[in-house]
Ligand binder design. Structure first.
Ligand SMILES: [Zn+2]
Length: 230
């Protein structure tokens, strides 16, 4: 988990790289919030940033994209579309599904049948093979936008299981999709734990079960190396 000191350091470096002529000090903290509201203000020669604790687990590049958005906003510069999209995709696919929000409607655009693979078939096969057919089928769908970061997610609130549509490709090895489905189904079996208010999405029991999948290491490597070429 990232600390305030690390966040400040990363944000200072990022600020100096995108707005080098400003020469300002940056101070950043995570603050307790139930919403995704972040604040930025300039006081004397310091830029104060408060980032919602909800995204404390986000990868560094997502936190940097958010910083770009905030820095540009502070000085009323033209927004950076790429940063916005990058941040928004992460929020939509990684954060929103885990928020204790009111019932959200599932978009009718989610479809299980892809061009090359049908998620319903995969779900049924994995369910029979690994879960004695005991998992009740959630709503299944390919992600609405291609995502190379969020490869899949299970949203308990909406009972929706999504796999990134980049994998609906003839280049995808079937066992990779089987594994991605297996991973998301484990989220149904092992719900997110909350310890002292912190979310634990992949607890140790989850990781242990995940490694039982045949050729686990090989599949990880394939995903790591090949996904950008799908
Ligand atoms: Zn996961």
């Amino acid at each position: 988990m990232m600390t305030n000191t690390e966040l400040t350091r990363i944000y200072q470096t990022h600020f100096d790289s995108i707005l080098p002529h400003k020469r300002l000090r940056v101070e950043a903290i995570f603050y307790t919030s139930k919403t995704l509201r972040h604040t930025i203000e300039l006081k004397k020669h310091t830029v104060y940033i408060r980032i919602s604790v909800i995204i404390q687990d986000a990868p560094i590049d997502v936190l940097q994209a958010l910083a770009t958005i905030l820095f540009l906003k502070l000085f009323r510069y033209k927004p950076d579309k790429t940063a916005r999209q990058y941040y928004q995709t992460y929020v939509d696919e990684h954060v929103v599904p885990h928020l204790p929000a009111v019932k959200r409607r599932v978009s009718a655009h989610y479809k299980a049948a892809g061009r090359y693979f049908d998620l319903t078939e995969i779900f049924e096969r994995i369910n029979t093979k690994w879960f004695e057919g005991k998992i009740k089928q959630p709503r299944l769908g390919w992600s609405l936008t291609p995502s190379y970061i969020r490869l899949g997610f299970y949203d308990a609130e909406r009972n929706l299981l999504v796999i990134s549509r980049i994998f609906d490709s003839k280049k995808t090895k079937p066992e990779v999709l089987d594994f991605l489905m297996y991973h998301e189904m484990l989220h149904i079996v092992f719900p997110t734990e909350r310890i002292n208010g912190r979310r634990r999405i992949h607890p140790p029991v989850f990781k242990e079960a995940e490694r039982r999948f045949p050729e686990y290491e090989k599949i990880q490597q394939w995903i790591h190396r090949k996904r950008h070429r799908l």
